[in-house]
Design a protein around this ligand. Structure first.
Ligand code: APR
Length: 312
């Protein structure tokens, strides 16, 4: 790919650009921020690792100059404020909605064909805001949460079982928050159902820790996490650029799938060169359906706050 842009050169954006460059996914990776010098500096720092770490993607940093992002094939939006201890992701909406709207409009102006991946929180509603601002079909505008949440879940399971994290396959559905829907019966260690390897109590504890995984890090660091979020967004970029048709939980606009409509929610999808190639519908039991429905309702409450802001 010729060009990939990452908006926001803060913790998540810079990490994401770093991973994208290391994977050599584009000729040029553009990092853009509103704070003078930050994107330029971080881009230069990343580019100075190219000779050491063997990659060739040029990394460019710019302050607010969207002309430099022109013709990007994929754009990752991380601009906005992160959580501080005591805040929920939903507390960020007032600040981040305006930022996401503004940057999406600029992105689309210069890169009308770009696939947009949103990372800014509150994720499900910020993805909806980008969708509204972009006027693009929803298979081209979606959000990163599921790979991160599943990554956390898999890391906790890897510790509990003392096995390689890559051998653990699992799915988490629903909103990016405390109402996410973990599915232990769809979790396996190289095909072995995890329910045969761990007792219910231990699994329940891991599920609870996963749900609050972001908050655990906010409390430890004083701001929200960046290594795993940045890497997770870069993995989505890779699936698109290399047309991999990988199956990931992604925050996608539902249009009747899972009996839900007009809401962005984490569901399994196939990711390839067109963005979301397909939303995969898996069987859910009664309890799981209920959990997904209540997750959708809590996302809709935050969507209502967005609607009341009358930005669109
Ligand atoms: N255009 C471009 N960049 C912007 C804009 C804008 N309109 N507004 C803010 N930014 C930049 C800030 O200058 C800052 O450098 O976004 C960057 C955000 O970086 P951090 O404060 O380090 O936040 P980060 O941890 O990267 O989180 C960013 O991702 O995971 C989510 O909850 C998190 O919403 C937050 C977002």
């Amino acid at each position: 790919m010729q060009r990939i842009t990452v908006i926001g050169a803060g913790n998540v954006g810079a990490t994401c650009a770093n991973v994208i460059a290391h994977k050599d996914l584009a000729k040029e990776v553009v990092l853009i921020d509103i704070k003078e010098g930050i994107a330029e500096g971080k881009a230069l720092d990343i580019w100075q690792t190219a000779a050491i770490n063997h990659f060739n993607s040029r990394v460019t940093g710019v302050t607010n100059d969207y002309l430099k992002t022109k013709g990007s094939g994929v754009v990752v939006i991380t601009s906005g404020v992160p959580r501080k201890p005591g805040m929920s992701r939903d507390d960020l909406i007032k600040t981040n909605a305006g930022i996401v709207k503004e940057v999406t409009e600029k992105v689309v102006k210069y890169s009308p064909d770009a696939i947009i991946i949103v990372v800014s929180n509150p994720l499900d509603v910020m993805t909806y805001a980008a969708y509204l601002a972009s006027n693009k079909p929803s298979n081209k505008v979606f959000g990163m949460a599921g790979i991160l949440d599943t990554g956390r879940y898999r890391s906790f399971l890897a510790n509990a079982l003392d096995v390689a994290p890559v051998d653990i396959h699992g799915l988490l559905l629903g909103g990016h928050g405390d109402t996410m829907v973990p599915l232990p019966r769809y979790t396996a260690v190289n095909g072995i159902p995890v329910t045969q390897l761990l007792g219910k109590d231990e699994l329940d504890k891991i599920v609870e820790r996963t749900k609050k995984g972001g908050g655990e890090l906010v409390n430890l660091i004083g701001t929200s996490a960046w290594y795993a979020p940045g890497a997770a967004a870069a993995q989505m970029v890779e699936a698109i650029v290399d047309d991999q048709n990988r199956v990931f939980p992604v925050c996608a606009l539902l249009n009747g799938e899972y009996g839900l409509k007009d809401v962005y929610l984490g569901v399994p999808v196939k990711l390839g060169k067109n963005g979301i190639e397909e939303i995969i519908q898996i069987d859910l039991d009664k309890d799981e359906k209920e959990l997904l429905k209540s997750s959708s309702e809590s996302v809709k409450k935050v969507m209502k706050i967005l609607d009341d802001m009358k930005l669109f």
